[in-house]
Design a protein around this ligand. Sequence first.
Ligand code: SAM
Length: 250
Amino acid sequence: APGLYLVATPIGTARDITLRALDVLASADVLAAEDTRTLRHLMEIHGIPLGDRPLIACHDHNEAQVSPRVLQAIAAGKSVAYASEAGTPMVSDPGFPLARAVIAEGLTVTSAPGPSAAICALTVAGLPTDRFLFAGFAPSQKSARRSFLQELAPIASTLVLYESPKRINQILEDCCEILGEGRKMALCRELTKRFEEVIRGTVAEVRQVCAGRDLKGEIVLVIGRGEKAAADAATVEAALDRALASMTVK
Ligand code: SAM
């Protein structure tokens, strides 16, 4: 059927692709990808020929220019499959301007769901998953990163962050200072790949483990929830009453 199909692709192991994603890649009239080479390679691995179908590059820098072409194709009754470089499109990846434009035209957007590093990390972190906040990449600049963490600190949800290995020691230092050394954390690295590793502990413990190592690869940080910032007013009032009563001079 005509429309935009957002196809999730593996975040490591090539076999982590759904049968439906393969069907969509095999049958779409037009293919679009953040990285055309990566998609070609993935299709090759799974034996899906591109044939004479167009394969359009669509990434952060050209999404606005490419969108009209995709819209035209869909309006003409074609199906377009879009894959970002890895994982789920639009999750810290391109795809949003394209999807928004398709929706604005009243055309169909469909998901072929699958892997995402955020969800994969949550499932192995060993931290509560009933309520979580995905915060994407922390800013690379120190002061911006610190205010980003300050904003997240009081939130009573598990936090999920993407981070580059280049800045991991810096963000762990900031986490110690801003979120507190005792807060729980899981550093999830190279998920679904050969050197997959999960380092669990308090923020201070994870920082100590990482300080002595040159961590490489892709990393997701999962952080335990913040404590309620302050006791609520009623509790404070009751405590105050008790304190005053005990201070009464007889
Ligand atoms: N769209 C992707 C998704 O759904 O997860 C995320 C794309 S974002 C540009 C890339 C970041 O995702 C990496 O820097 C890392 O933080 C995280 N990531 C992707 N693959 C990963 C993996 N196999 N293990 C750990 N983190 C991963």
